[in-house]
Design a protein around this ligand. Structure first.
Ligand SMILES: *Cc1c(COP(=O)(O)O)cnc(C)c1O
Length: 491
């Protein structure tokens, strides 16, 4: 059999082959229909694959080898901060006292876990310069929504119900306008200027008595630090609006600049990016939100408080927006982030930013002769180049991304941000060595050469992967997610 054609587990199935042995049943057998009302019962038994333990082990091991992860290769996916996740985090998160507690256990029995959460909140307060932090939100976008709901509650409490608009720059992360909409606001877009920064004149034009907040992604999705942040804060605050800082990419400013010091009222962080929670493939995240004093009453409840030596949940918070996530949030990710912060220490966290920014600038400058650089300025943790020049030769950014697969790299984020034509958003992160950066740069330079000399190599890539070009539209619009014999037959 061709190794490339890994059959489906259902196709490996042979009648009566089993992969387990259970002890003989020593309790009376019960009919399912005695336990579950008939309308909930399946009419037919599900068709489950019948395979041996070895079959199943080989099958999933083979599939797992097709994955690309940070542990297997370079992963410069812009805005996602695919840095290495230290394994000591995993050891700590697997300790019995953290991994095997129950969320409904009495607080007396989980004081250590609550203390870890409390300490993590303290560290994040210090890192962001905010007055209080909640660990409840499950991811970045969830943190955005939580923060906006607090801003909404704040304005409503002040009888300021006309404030229905949230201003979002066109260089913001895509989740920002989405969160504003889900939180019941109308989104107003402000343009970027020729430097790739928020256009202050445009901002002044749209701000007004109906402004609830400005949401700022900083560094913005071009990887540029918003230099006029204090002026922007002044414009929004003097109009009575609140300032929201999308801190998902805090890797760029960690231990160097704090949203609280810049005048922001709310900030969310992505622990699964900056603070080495493993992510990708939709795994659990954690998007803590920090707020200033006047938003504290609206924080999700319960709030973790310290009473003398004891950690407790405070439910008595009448103005709270309520719960946004059951139990302790994604506790395991919080344990990993705490471990990371404690093992790095303040100097280590500062070095993270310095190296992340250095790596990105090094790579940007070395690629600049070969690709178009739409904003020729120092970047922070990531940068955006354009494949415009290559497009003129008939090769699109998508082709370049596919060609990178042949070199064993995960491609950068492509066609984002929207304000760059044929954009490639590259975030090397601080954990990569100069050798790795150079190898990737060499691959990019080789591809740029191929585009000029033999473009079909790039247009027809990838050549070395298990599957070649997929029909991405059909895969997105009509995915086949369940096994059906007929579906496989035509497959
Ligand atoms: C990743 C990211 C988000 C969204 O975070 P999720 O955890 O994926 O919901 C928001 N803003 C920015 C700038 C990001 O990079």
């Amino acid at each position: 059999m061709n190794k490339q054609d890994q059959p489906l587990i259902f196709e490996l199935s042979r009648e009566d082959r089993i992969g387990y042995s259970l002890p003989e049943m020593d309790i009376p057998e019960v009919e399912l229909s005695d336990l579950i009302p008939n309308e909930y019962l399946r009419e037919e038994e599900p068709e489950l694959p019948e395979v041996s333990e070895l079959d199943i082990m080989r099958h999933y091991t083979a599939l797992s080898k097709r994955n690309h992860g940070v542990d297997s290769g370079f992963y410069p996916l812009g805005s996602c901060t695919m840095k290495y996740n230290p394994k000591v985090n995993e050891n700590v998160a697997r300790l019995n006292g953290f991994a095997h507690i129950h969320p409904l256990q009495h607080t007396d029995g989980v004081q250590g876990s609550l203390e870890l959460m409390y300490d993590l909140q303290e560290h994040l307060r210090e890192i962001t310069g905010m007055d209080e932090v909640t660990l409840q939100p499950a991811a970045g976008a969830h943190g955005e929504w939580t923060g906006l709901m607090m801003i909404r509650a704040y304005h409503e409490k002040n009888g300021d119900t006309k404030r229905t608009k949230v201003i979002v720059p066109d260089s913001a992360h895509g989740t920002n306008p989405a969160s504003a909409t889900v939180a019941g606001f109308e989104t107003i877009t402000v343009k970027s200027d020729e430097n790739g920064l928020v256009d202050l004149e445009d901002l002044k034009r749209v701000v007004g008595e109906d402004t609830a907040a400005l949401m700022l992604t900083n560094p913005n999705t071009l990887g540029l630090f918003e230099e006029n942040i204090l002026e922007m804060a002044e414009i929004i605050h003097s109009a009575g609006g609140k300032l929201y800082y999308d801190g998902a990419n805090l890797n760029a400013v960690l231990s160097k600049a704090r949203p609280g010091d810049m005048g922001f009222d709310v900030v969310h962080l992505n622990l699964h990016k900056t603070f080495t929670g493993p992510h990708g493939g939709g795994g659990p995240g954690s998007g803590p939100v920090g707020v200033t004093e006047d938003l504290i009453p609206f924080l999700p409840k319960p709030l973790l408080v310290k009473n003398g030596d004891k950690f407790e949940w405070d439910y008595n918070r009448p103005e709270s927006i309520g719960r946004v996530k059951p139990y302790y949030g994604n506790f395991g990710i919080n344990v990993r982030a705490y471990t990371y912060i404690r093992t790095m220490g303040p100097d280590g966290l500062k070095a993270v930013t310095e190296n992340a920014v250095l790596n990105a600038n090094y790579m940007m400058r070395r690629l600049a002769p070969y690709f178009e650089l739409p904003y020729d300025r120092h970047c922070k943790h990531e940068f955006v180049i354009s494949g415009k020049r290559q497009k003129k030769l008939g090769v699109r950014t998508l082709d370049i991304a596919k060609r990178l697969l042949d070199f064993g790299y995960h491609p950068p984020t492509i066609y984002f941000p929207l304000n760059v034509e044929e954009g490639m958003m590259i975030e090397p992160t601080e954990t990569e060595s100069k050798e790795t950066l150079d190898s990737f740069i060499d691959a990019m330079i080789q591809i740029a050469g191929e585009v000029e000399n033999s473009p079909e190599i790039v247009q027809e890539a990838p050549h070395t992967t298990v599957l070649k070009r997929l029909d991405e539209t059909t895969a997105a619009r009509k995915p086949i997610l369940r096994y059906k014999k007929e579906a496989v037959a035509t497959h």
